[in-house]
Design a protein around this ligand. Structure first.
Ligand SMILES: [Mg+2]
Length: 214
């Protein structure tokens, strides 16, 4: 496939791994709610936004909350998470990320972010890579979470491109599904479960050859 004009990246698990930070924060939230929460439970929250993640945890414990309490637990989780990621730096970028961003920029290939995280702009800033991004679509800019393709469609639209001109890099099944639904070529990264699902699979971004797509 040639003629690629933009790369659209998911954030978590593709550019950086804040999985353990989310896990710590959800564990603490679940513990406070009196709900037991395992690593496997956490796996099911990959690529799921904060509201739906809390709903799933409540379901695990057969609990319901008033809307006020629900809101306050969302804030609680986010505070623990933000505290734990406040020390992120360029050193936390996953292998191959920095080189690929630099290469894409030098070749005139646009770069976008399509993440369900509302903290995405702050995390890009901490990682020192915000300057590479032509467009950032985060959890504040979408109505429908992945696997709905909205976040990537909005990214392509903001760049004035057709989905067929963009590659989507994802580590979660919901994200690969979103990419495919939207008409994008999907590149699965670092999650063996995507090996037979994504159009192309890479262990990490060092394996990606941009020259083959432009
Ligand atoms: Mg992800």
């Amino acid at each position: 496939m040639a003629n690629v004009k933009a790369l659209l990246f998911d954030l978590d698990g593709v550019l950086v791994s804040t999985e353990k930070n989310h896990f710590i924060a959800w564990c603490e939230t679940a513990r406070t709610l009196g709900i037991s929460f395992s690593k496997e439970d956490n796996e099911a929250l990959k690529g799921v936004n904060r509201v739906d993640s809390l709903k799933q945890i409540l379901k695990l414990g057969n609990k319901t909350l008033s809307s006020e309490a629900f809101e306050s637990f969302l804030v609680f989780k986010n505070k623990i998470y933000l505290d734990s990621i406040s020390t992120l730096s360029e050193a936390d970028l996953l292998p191959g990320v920095h080189a690929l961003l630099r290469q894409a920029q030098s070749m005139g290939v646009k770069i976008g972010l399509g993440s369900s995280s509302k903290n995405a702009p702050m995390i890009l800033d901490r990682l020192g890579v915000k300057r590479f991004f032509d467009v950032v679509i985060d959890g504040n800019g979408v109505t429908y979470p992945k696997p709905h393709p909205e976040v990537f469609l909005n990214g392509a639209k903001a760049l004035g491109l057709d989905p067929s001109e963009c590659l989507v890099f994802e580590d979660a099944l919901s994200g690969v599904t979103a990419a495919k639904e939207g008409g994008f070529l999907s590149i699965g990264v670092g999650n063996p479960l995507l090996q037979n699902v994504a159009d192309v699979y890479l262990n990490n971004l060092t394996e990606f050859r941009l020259e083959a797509y432009v």
